[in-house]
Design a protein around this ligand. Structure first.
Ligand SMILES: Cc1cc2nc3c(=O)[nH]c(=O)nc-3n(C[C@H](O)[C@H](O)[C@H](O)COP(=O)(O)OP(=O)(O)OC[C@H]3O[C@@H](n4cnc5c(N)ncnc54)[C@H](O)[C@@H]3O)c2cc1C
Length: 313
């Protein structure tokens, strides 16, 4: 144990959950890269998480992990305590018009369970994150976004305080929200539209097939690496507007298929960075930076990372 680790270890609150030191994050990240979490904490339940945060020394940084489907974790790992919610945060409750979902539940599973009851959250079917992650990112596809259906979000703040935010409080916009990075979303309530379950099932099957036809869904990626400079509006303007799409700018710059070590710009969708197997996080990040530099030189457009690059190099 290094000096810093042992210092933190001495100050970690007691918990009924699991704490692991030097936890290999590459095992759980979608890109299969990244160094270790200095400490990895899986709370036992809501009360355990609340008391842990209340008692954790405020100088120790925390980092919340969902499914790591939008995280490029650097090779040096993540300092402090990385928190990942487990099954006790994975419940779903149906009301007449509202659905309340635990933050650890996978978004595709929510889409399927909701559809069985005639609730339309079908756009979540092809987004491989958790409910906590899709709220933080205001995830969406093909013209529909979390902000279109979200009502309220329950969080535990860094000091253990329990709060409830409305979507207006969180100022959800294109792939972003004002949710503080040291707040943990524990559950959220949605008000979806309603449709016949069999119609929803067909729509979801179509979405899965469509995505597989245009994106490298069976390769290691984090989805779109960069935000579309054209931006978005939660009502109306959809992602098919390619006038200023990131993939088009990258393609026009001749970068489709280029590689750096074992990192690659996808042939199928140039806004996807792929780990071909054995890539390092640095290779993926450097390839991304090379794209940004080239696109800026050629088109004068600053591409902004959609993937969150976290940790130490
Ligand atoms: C093949 C593929 C396709 C994708 N397609 C899409 C798409 O169509 N649309 C889209 O929007 N995204 C897409 N993504 C990206 C990704 O799935 C989304 O950004 C998703 O919202 C990330 O959720 P996550 O649980 O994996 O979060 P993570 O990647 O683990 O984390 C992302 C952010 O959310 C925060 N976070 C996670 N959980 C919590 C929580 N409980 N409380 C507080 N903060 C939390 C993290 O701290 C981090 O800041 C795709 C990714 C892949 C791999």
């Amino acid at each position: 144990m290094n000096k810093m680790c042992s210092l933190i270890a001495d100050h970690l609150p007691r918990t009924k959950g699991t704490i692991m030191e030097s936890y290999r994050l590459s095992a759980i990240s979608w890109l299969k890269v990244g160094g270790p979490a200095e400490f990895f904490f899986k709370p036992y339940d809501f009360n355990d998480l609340q008391s842990f945060l209340r008692e954790l020394d405020s100088s120790i940084p925390i980092n919340v992990l969902g499914a790591c489907s939008n995280l490029l974790i650097r090779d040096g790992g993540i300092p402090g305590v990385s928190i990942k919610l487990g099954k006790s945060f994975g419940k779903i409750e149906f009301g007449t018009d509202l659905i309340t979902v635990g933050a650890s539940m996978p978004a595709p599973k929510v889409a399927i369970l909701a559809s069985n009851r005639g609730f339309d959250l079908t756009f979540l079917r092809t987004i491989p994150g958790t409910i906590g992650g899709v709220i933080k990112m205001n995830a969406g596809c093909y013209g529909r976004y979390v902000s279109d259906h979200l009502e309220t979000v329950n969080v535990i703040e860094r000091n253990g305080r329990i709060s409830k935010f409305t979507k207006e409080d969180l100022k959800l916009s294109y792939r972003s929200s004002t949710l503080q990075s040291n707040c943990v979303v524990t559950s959220a309530t949605f008000r979806p539209d309603k449709k016949a379950p069999e119609v929803l099932r067909i729509e979801m099957d179509e979405a899965v097939n469509y995505r597989a036809s245009i994106q490298p869904t069976s390769e290691l990626s984090c989805g779109s690496a960069f935000k579309n400079p054209s931006g978005f509006s939660s009502r109306g303007k959809n992602d098919k507007d390619t006038r200023s799409s990131a993939w088009k700018l990258i393609d026009d710059a001749g970068l489709r298929g280029i590689t750096l070590g074992k990192a690659k710009v996808s042939e199928k969708h140039p806004n996807f960075l792929i780990n071909m197997g054995g890539a390092t996080a640095s290779e993926l990040e450097d390839l991304g930076e090379k794209i940004r530099e080239t696109v800026f030189k050629l088109h004068g457009v600053h591409l902004e990372w959609e993937i969150k690059v976290v940790g130490k190099r």
